[in-house]
Write a protein that binds this ligand. Structure first.
Ligand code: ATP
Ligand code: MG
Length: 180
């Protein structure tokens, strides 16, 4: 069976980690590493470094035949395109799992989690929520149905080069070539 990678997409409080725990797959959730290590979710450029290391783990697991779930949120289309490309290059299928959430439900879930499981999360203000909602890029139909992967942004020879700029540890796989 071809291994599969699930890409969890959605805003904070959307329910990604809750859903991801239901998959029989290696689950990689950056906040479970960032918060114990650094006491915060981003820590300067450390989150991009940690995410890059987790992506390398994910690609190795796929090559070993293990299903993986990347519980990253993936707010940007380019991030999702890069991961879809890298998964295909590793011989895996990918599925974008988008969990949309309205603002009121999002606020309620964030408040509930802060009250019941504060060690798994970090404080989020009303302003944070509004800024994040404005930044988030909703996945389109092609992404949700496994359609064609767009070209990388101008100036990048391929998605590995873009990914290495975004997630520094991926510099070691810049030599990747797409198999097709
Ligand atoms: N389908 C659901 N119905 C009701 N409550 C839910 C649902 N999914 C998740 N929750 C609750 O909402 C809160 C947020 O869920 P969860 O932690 O899974 O979100 P998340 O998308 O992983 O957020 P983050 O990006 O901040 O990690 C939790 O308290 C969880 O129990
Ligand atoms: Mg989560």
């Amino acid at each position: 069976m071809t291994p599969k990678i699930f890409l969890m997409v959605g805003l904070p409080g959307a329910g990604k980690t809750t859903r991801a725990k239901g998959y029989a797959a290696l689950r990689l959730t950056p906040d479970e590493w960032m918060l114990p290590l650094f006491g915060e979710s981003t820590a300067g450029d450390k989150r991009q470094v940690l995410e890059g290391r987790l992506i390398l783990v994910a690609l190795a697991a796929l090559r070993l035949g293990t299903d993986v779930v990347l519980d990253f949120g993936f707010w940007g289309r380019d991030e999702r395109s890069a991961l879809r490309w890298l998964a295909a290059a590793a011989g895996a299928r990918s599925q974008v799992v988008y969990l949309p959430v309205g603002r009121d439900v999002q606020r309620a879930r964030i408040a509930h989690r802060q009250a019941t499981a504060p060690h798994t999360t970090f404080p989020m203000t009303e302003d944070d929520i509004d800024v994040w909602r404005a930044q988030f890029q909703e996945p389109d139909t092609a992404e949700l149905t496994g359609g064609a992967i767009p070209e990388p942004p101008d100036g990048y020879p391929g998605w590995p080069a873009w990914a290495a700029g975004h997630w520094p540890p991926l510099a070691e796989i810049v030599h990747y070539r797409h198999p097709s």
